[in-house]
Design a protein around this ligand. Structure first.
Ligand code: FES
Length: 569
């Protein structure tokens, strides 16, 4: 059979039978069993990484998005095919989706590399899915474009707007404090997640989507058009067209993340008062591209980046309001002077050339402010350093109570989640509202896999006195939709014997947001003495994915990637 085998389309990444022509012939015969003509099979292929799952409600609208993507791909004379990978539905995974982010990234990387696709569209959104897919795509080395799921719309309950998931926590807190009944919380449960799409606030999913747009990995507005709007299907069609133009070489400048993109993404994270999880994910994404994020430099950026948006969990509004106020276009325009300039997007266009300067945007000042009149003068997140967190810890200062920023308090320490759950609501608990709650052993190398348990509940007896916030410290994470004076991601973590593990109830802890410091007030010799007696608590696993996880997962300040997956020269 005479056929020129090109490294493109259906003949890309051929199965190895020791005879290329046979491999091509066999693959084509199976592909034709799906009804494709040879004409179709000779076209470049755009793969669509499909994260639809019956256990991922945020991606419920993906079948329609895939149809629109394929329309766009076909219009440019390419073939669009979707293929499945692991999907991580945030609330459906135990112990936490974080434990599986790297597994998903490996799945994505290997399937992009092994299958006959020239370019890929990464279609995802729910929390870990976009970071995992971008990490995998960077490592796979083929061109990619991103299409985020888009945020959910809001709902109503007794004349109040409700949106997942800051309101989930607000109502749960009311229920715990005895303010609302069992019957009412059940009704709220049925109203919180109103549609398909990612959480309706500036949680992890939306923060990441906005950073993705800043880096030029998706089309303008793709981060914030609500999931169920017709506009999103239009974006899908346009994204398909761009992916196909890359595949058939009409777009020649191939987007690759560089240091400037990462810098700009950090500026946006700070200006959004975005999710604390995003710093872990962007560190892991940067690590795949060989870029290191220095948390001390992050503080310098934070000190010159104002918070511009007034969205929950730190503010009042929802993602759909953000979109109607001009969304990322307005934010990028306002922050222009803070950005590194030499960056371009998936279309090969410069970042600033895609900002719509003259569009008649209804710039609602109460949703997005100008840089000169910001909501907060300083960036939403900072890292803290000190003798219990020498490699850093993260505080979302825009979601914290400023009255607690400069404080010495007495530590009340829980050794792990089980102890905390058992004791926290005990009426006999000897704790005062001025104490500092400490939860150890919820870092990456614990059986919990760094869960979002750093949002420690306020003890019921204190909650009933009307106290809504206390300083809470852990080596775990918190949901991007949560708020409070919560210090997270302490590194190194306690389970591997980091100095955080030496804390005892009764120790004095000093927090200074001004100095970016967090220390236990004990002598160096006392610290050394306690460190000598520390017991390592990281589990030893003998087989399977969990063995790989515990053997190779890195600490929070390194993005919790697996050590062997980071970029190597
Ligand atoms: Fe999917 Fe929040 S649960 S984004």
């Amino acid at each position: 059979m005479k056929r020129k085998i090109k490294d493109q389309g259906i003949d890309k990444s051929l199965t190895n039978y020791g005879d290329k022509e046979f491999s091509s012939y066999l693959r084509r015969s199976f592909a034709r069993s799906m009804g494709y003509t040879t004409k179709s099979l000779d076209k470049p292929i755009v793969g669509i990484v499909n994260t639809t799952s019956g256990l991922n409600s945020c991606h419920r609208h993906f079948p329609e998005m895939i149809e629109a993507l394929k329309r766009g791909i076909q219009s440019q004379n390419c073939l669009g095919v979707d293929f499945p990978v692991i999907s991580l539905g945030e609330v459906y995974l135990s112990p936490t989706s974080m434990m599986f982010r790297n597994l998903m990234s490996m799945d994505v990387e290997e399937m992009i590399r092994a299958q006959p696709v020239d370019v890929v569209v990464l279609l995802g959104g729910c929390d870990k899915t976009l970071p995992a897919m971008i990490m995998g795509a960077i490592s796979a080395g083929k061109p990619y474009v991103v299409l985020p799921a888009g945020p959910m719309i809001t709902n109503k309950f007794e004349d109040e707007r409700l949106g997942a998931c800051t309101d989930c926590r607000r109502y749960w807190s009311k229920y715990r404090g005895g303010e609302i009944s069992d019957k009412k919380i059940k009704k709220v449960e049925g109203k919180l997640a109103a549609s398909s799409g990612t959480c309706a606030v500036m949680g992890t999913a939306s923060t990441i989507a906005c950073m993705v747009e800043t880096m030029g990995l998706c089309l303008p507005d793709a981060s914030c058009v609500p999931a169920v709007y017709a506009e999103r299907l239009k974006l899908a069609e346009q994204t398909g067209e761009i992916a196909a133009k890359i595949a058939n070489k009409k777009i020649k400048k191939i987007k690759k993340i560089n240091e400037n993109d990462i810098y700009n993404a950090l500026v946006v994270l700070l200006a959004l008062g975005g999710s604390t999880n995003a710093i872990v994910h962007i560190t892991a994404i940067a690590g795949r591209a060989g870029i290191k994020i220095d948390l001390k430099k992050f503080n310098q950026i934070s000190n010159k980046t104002p918070v511009l948006v007034n969205l929950k969990p730190t503010g009042s509004f929802y993602m759909e309001d953000f979109y109607h106020a001009g969304g990322m276009n307005v934010v990028l325009k306002e922050l222009k002077s803070l950005f590194k300039k030499n960056t371009f997007n998936i279309e090969g266009k410069k970042l600033f050339s895609v900002i719509k300067k003259n569009e008649n945007v209804f710039h609602k000042k109460e949703v997005i402010r100008s840089k000169n009149k910001p909501f907060e003068k300083l960036g939403g997140l900072i890292s803290l350093f000190g003798n219990i967190c020498p490699n850093g810890a993260i505080l979302k200062r825009s979601a914290a109570d400023k009255k607690l920023f400069e404080k010495i308090g007495t530590a009340f320490v829980f050794e792990d989640i089980k102890e905390m759950t058992k004791k926290i609501d005990d009426p006999k608990l000897k704790i005062s509202k001025n104490d500092i709650l400490v939860l150890k052993n919820i870092g990456p190398k614990t059986v919990y896999g760094m869960p979002e348990a750093g949002y420690l509940p306020i003890p019921k007896k204190i909650l009933k006195t009307g106290v809504k916030d206390m300083i809470r410290i852990s080596d775990g994470r918190m949901s991007g939709t949560a708020f409070g004076t919560i210090i997270l991601h302490v590194a190194p973590e306690s389970a591997i014997g980091g100095p955080f593990s030496i804390l005892k109830t009764g120790d004095k802890i000093k927090l200074s947001v001004k100095n970016k410091s967090l220390n236990v007030l004990i002598t160096k010799s006392e610290m050394q003495k306690r460190l000598r007696n520390v017991k390592i608590k990281a589990p030893t696993i003998k087989r399977g994915y969990l063995k790989l996880y515990y053997d190779t997962v890195l600490q929070a300040d390194e993005g919790c990637d697996f050590d062997f997956l980071q970029y190597k020269k």
